[in-house]
Design a protein around this ligand. Structure first.
Ligand code: ATP
Length: 415
């Protein structure tokens, strides 16, 4: 089964917005075992959109469009699909009532053009938009399926999950079960992961393993196709076992789990508390740690000690050590971690100091140099790392290493 995604919007062509919809749809379609061979982007232009849909229909079974379903004149998707299929647009009474209710509930006057969204091509199924106003569409045409989804990702995502996936599953029911499972690692570069699992990667279809490198993380995705769920699970478990043996210690989670969630789980399980003193990461680590619901069970406090004075006055870092070693140094990172641990009375204190750039680097202390210290009742650990990348990327990578250090430490602490 082949699908194609057409993203509609002049903003996409101009590069003012990033096309996240096609990425999400491709990922979800792959999970359903539907191949996506083409992503197309067209502006808000009826004839070019018409041509794009025609071409996609000629080579794919399912064509999914995103965007252009709104009430304004540049929202041309519904009309173009109707014209292409030779269908009339019919005012749908349920949709119009839905739209009126939407505005009434918000105590707003419906805009004059709002009824445009209630015209549905004859024979098409409309999909209620649980978040916004533009309904989605499903239309069978010439043995192919056209699906039109709204542009805003917060509207498209829920509609795809709630309505389109069940539709695709029933409409294109396959005798095959396709399963994927992602193993998430941190602490190794892509080439190191590749080297360790090289032999396992040489699998023959229907089971394959792909390596996907992200910033501070390398994922391995196992994909398999089998006659039933049990056989698919069995194939995945067998490969996972082999990968686990090779990458033991670097694996922090599976599928959608984030590193901060994995750390949170361990902190809660071991009943440990933490506090953070951040300089160059400016609160980014604290933000990631508190992104997890229930973080108050382990996260006590953080201090963003950016200036030397705040490092000295709040965290008790020695002024003479700052003079001697510099604010970006091993000693200062350790004293920041010790200071916050003492101040917050926690099991683990973390200190981060570094140069996020792009300015401020020297020959001895270049941009990207970061010291990350972790102090617990057991030991004091410190990492000196030279990250590469933009200011944001350096901040992210520093937080990633700190979380990884934390993940490895929690397991070794006495209960
Ligand atoms: P609405 O009327 O609710 O805005 P729509 O279907 O008409 O829905 P568009 O007007 O095409 O949607 O896009 C609305 C906004 O959605 C865009 O300004 C952009 O912020 C976001 N958006 C559209 N397409 C994409 C895409 N492919 N990826 C990410 N965001 C997108």
């Amino acid at each position: 089964m082949k699908a194609e995604i057409i993203s509609i919007g002049t903003e996409l062509l101009l590069g003012t917005i990033l096309n996240t919809n096609s990425a999400l749809l491709s990922q979800r379609l792959a999970g359903l075992g539907i191949d996506v061979y083409h992503h197309i982007t067209v502006g808000d232009n009826p004839s070019r959109l018409n041509e794009a849909i025609r071409r996609s229909l000629s080579r794919s079974d399912i064509v999914i469009t995103t965007g252009g379903l709104g009430p304004t004149v540049d929202d041309i998707t519904t009309e173009t699909i109707a014209t292409l299929a030779g269908k009339n647009l019919i005012l749908n009474k349920v949709v119009i009532k839905d739209l009126r209710d939407y505005f009434k509930l918000r105590k707003l006057e419906p805009p004059p053009d709002c009824a445009r969204q209630a015209y549905i091509p004859e024979g098409a199924k409309w999909i209620r938009n649980a978040v916004g106003t533009a309904p989605g569409l499903i239309m069978e045409y010439g043995g192919k399926t056209i699906i039109a989804l709204p542009g805003p990702p917060r509207e498209l995502g829920p509609m795809f999950e709630r309505d389109i996936i069940p539709y695709l599953k029933t409409r294109f029911e396959s005798s095959w079960t396709i399963k994927s499972h992602t193993i998430k690692t941190t602490g190794l570069a892509e080439s190191q992961v590749n080297h360790l699992v090289k032999a396992i990667l040489k699998l023959e279809p229907p089971t394959t393993v792909g390596i996907y490198a992200k910033l501070g993380e390398v994922d391995l995705r196992i994909m398999t196709k089998a006659k039933d769920k049990r056989s698919a699970d069995k194939a995945i478990i067998a490969i996972e076992k082999k990968i686990r043996l090779k990458l033991r210690g670097y694996i922090f989670g599976y599928d959608d789990e984030t590193l901060e969630e994995a750390v949170a789980k361990s902190l809660i399980k071991e009943r440990k508390t933490i506090a953070v003193a951040e300089s160059c990461t400016g609160g980014f680590l604290s933000s990631r740690l508190t992104n997890v619901s229930g973080s108050s069970r382990y996260f006590v406090m953080s201090v963003i000690a950016y200036s030397n004075a705040s490092k000295v006055n709040i965290l008790g870092v020695s002024e003479s050590d700052i003079d001697k070693h510099g604010a970006v140094s091993r000693d200062v990172a350790i004293q920041m971690a010790k200071g916050i641990k003492r101040l917050a009375c926690v099991d683990i204190g973390i200190g981060i100091t570094g140069i996020a750039g792009p300015g401020g680097g020297t020959k001895n202390k270049p941009v990207g140099l970061v010291y990350i210290a972790l102090v617990s009742c057991r030991k004091t650990l410190v990492r000196e790392i030279r990250f590469r990348g933009s200011r944001e990327e350096i901040k992210f990578q520093a937080s990633q290493v700190a979380l990884d250090l934390l993940r490895r430490t929690i397991r070794q602490l006495p209960s």
